[in-house]
Design a protein around this ligand. Sequence first.
Ligand code: PLP
Length: 370
Amino acid sequence: MEFNDLGAQYRRLQPGIDAAIAAVLAHGRFIHGPEVGRLEAALAGRCGAAHCVAVSSGTDALQIILMGLGIGAGAAVFVPTFTFTATAEAIVNAGASPVFCDVGEGSFDLDPDDLERRIAATARAGALVPRAVLAVDLYGMPADYARLARVADRWGCVVIADAAQSFGAIQGSSAVGTLAAATATSFFPTKPLGCYGDGGAIFTADEELAAAARSIRVHGAGGGKYDIARIGLNARLDTIQAAILLEKLKSFDDEHGRRERLAALYAERVGDVVVHPRTPPGSRSAWAQYTIMSPRRDAIRAALAAAGIPSMIYYPRPMHLQPAYAAFAGGRPDHPNATRCCAEVLSLPLHADLADDDVSRIAGVVRAAA
Ligand SMILES: *Cc1c(COP(=O)(O)O)cnc(C)c1O
């Protein structure tokens, strides 16, 4: 059994993907070929965003948003400490300072109350100007954007979404891509919508930010290629990756529905013995991961391994305890909910090519060990 079975997915989609790649090889426009614009239109249309800018990765999407908004030296960006390193890394690479916040109790997302306390403390200290809240839709479930926006608005901060794991998710009547002022997603192969290399995209309703992002991804180009308006990056999405993504979009809804059904099956089988992910009414997770929590996490993981079942710990250590972020770990060092998450989370196999029987077997091992 594989944790992510990209091989099975490829075998299922092979004719379409092979043809899409062959078409790019035939036309030869490998950089910003026509598939890139078609993908941007398709993605924006899917989620109802005014603008989509395809870029080279989710990490670059985050950095480009910050650069495009002019959030750099002297700016504080508030971010959950329980996340993948790329969220915090993009802030530092943009020249700004991450301020690590806790996640909510019983949630994996930025806690609006802790956010408010840390913005207030940062404003009081005076060394940094609070500029942005960078929320993370961990495991595929959108953060509580309505509450986060109320806090951010009080302090004049913009809300940015790290939706690397949540493309396709819904909150209320709005899709990921429209829940924050700017959204970054990732097409890393194992994300809900993955390509065969690195890729990412930015969604926004802000026309000025979209234009800045289009410039930054090609070295800060202005009106013409050699008219340089700003310092940029080389951060384009390859045409071949865009062609693969256009093809994978065709089966995206079916795969999403399949993961949703398997998640419901897991909940039915293990929901009474471990903490399991809950979906607020009216929301749809993208189900990037199915992540449980248990004080017996390590025993469950060992039992799964003994049964030949892979599992993953996303993530074992919070950012404020990583050596690379020691300079940003100040303030209240305690992040009790994040600390507990790191000790207790376990992600179980979840992908569209997993059988119901596989989930039943995995759940049986989890139950016995929990
Ligand atoms: C995957 C991921 C990223 C980075 O995306 P890349 O495309 O790999 O650069 C950022 N944040 C989170 C939460 C992620 O899971």
